[in-house]
Design a protein around this ligand. Sequence first.
Ligand code: IPE
Ligand code: IPE
Ligand code: MG
Length: 235
Amino acid sequence: MTGDQEFIEDSMHVAIIMDGNGRWATERGLPRTAGHHAGIRSLREIVETAVQRQIHTLTLYAFSSDNWQRPQSEVRALMRILAAQLPSQAARCVRQNIRLSIIGRRDRLPDPVLQAVQRAEARTIHGTALHLRLALDYSARDSLTRAAQHVGNNGNGDFLQALMRAYNADSPVPDVDLLIRTGGEQRLSDFLLWECAYAELYFTPDYWPDFDGTKLDAALYAFQKRQRRFGSVSV
Ligand code: IPE
Ligand code: IPE
Ligand code: MG
C-alpha cells in the first residue's frame, strides 16, 4: 500500500484483541494449541507493520485473567509458548528498536514466564520505534477496582497513576485510538475498558492466525474514514 503514513495520527495507540486461534485450529482438525502456535506468525507480522506505519503504541491482548478458567492443558501450553517466545521476540524487538512491556498481574505467572517478561522488558527498555505492550493475566475491571481501592486508601491520590500501578505499567496510561478484534466476536472481554472510552472499534471475522499486515492496513484505512467527535460537534 502506498501513502500509508497518511492515515496514521501522531502518537497513535492501536489495541488488538487477538481472538480466533482455537477456531482456526479446530476448523483444520488440529488441536486448539496449534492455533496459538500459528498466531505467533501474525503477531510478528503485525508488530513489523506497526513499526512501518509509525504507530506509537500497540497493545496486544495475549491472555486474560478469565483465561485461567480454560482447561489446564491449554493454559499450560499457552504459558509454555509465552516462555519460549518472549526471548526471541525480545531479540526481534531489540533489532527493530521496539520497547516491549507487559501489562497485567504478575503474581500468578509461572516463574519461567515471569523471568522471560522481566528479561524482555530490561533488554528492550531503550526502544523508541514502537511501544509494544502485551497484556498478560490482564483484567480491566480488576485493574480499575484495585486502582480505586488504592486511591481510596490513600486519600486524594492520582487515579491514572494508581491504574498504571494496578496493571504494572511503567508509563502513563494512553487512550486507545483504534481497537481491533479479530475472530468475529463483537465484545471487549474486559480489555482496556477505561482507555477505550473514545476508541474507534473495528471488528473483523478473520481469525487471528489469518490476520496479516494487509488486514491491519485495511483497519487503519477504515479508521481514517471515521469522524471522531469526542462529544463535540464536527467542524
Ligand atoms: C485467542 O484465541 C487466544 C487466547 C485467548 C489466548 P482463542 O483461544 O480465544 O480462540 P477461539 O476464540 O476459541 O477461537
Ligand atoms: C479475549 O478472548 C482474550 C484474548 C484474546 C487474550 P476470549 O476468547 O477469552 O474472550 P471471550 O471468552 O470470547 O469473551
Ligand atoms: Mg476466543
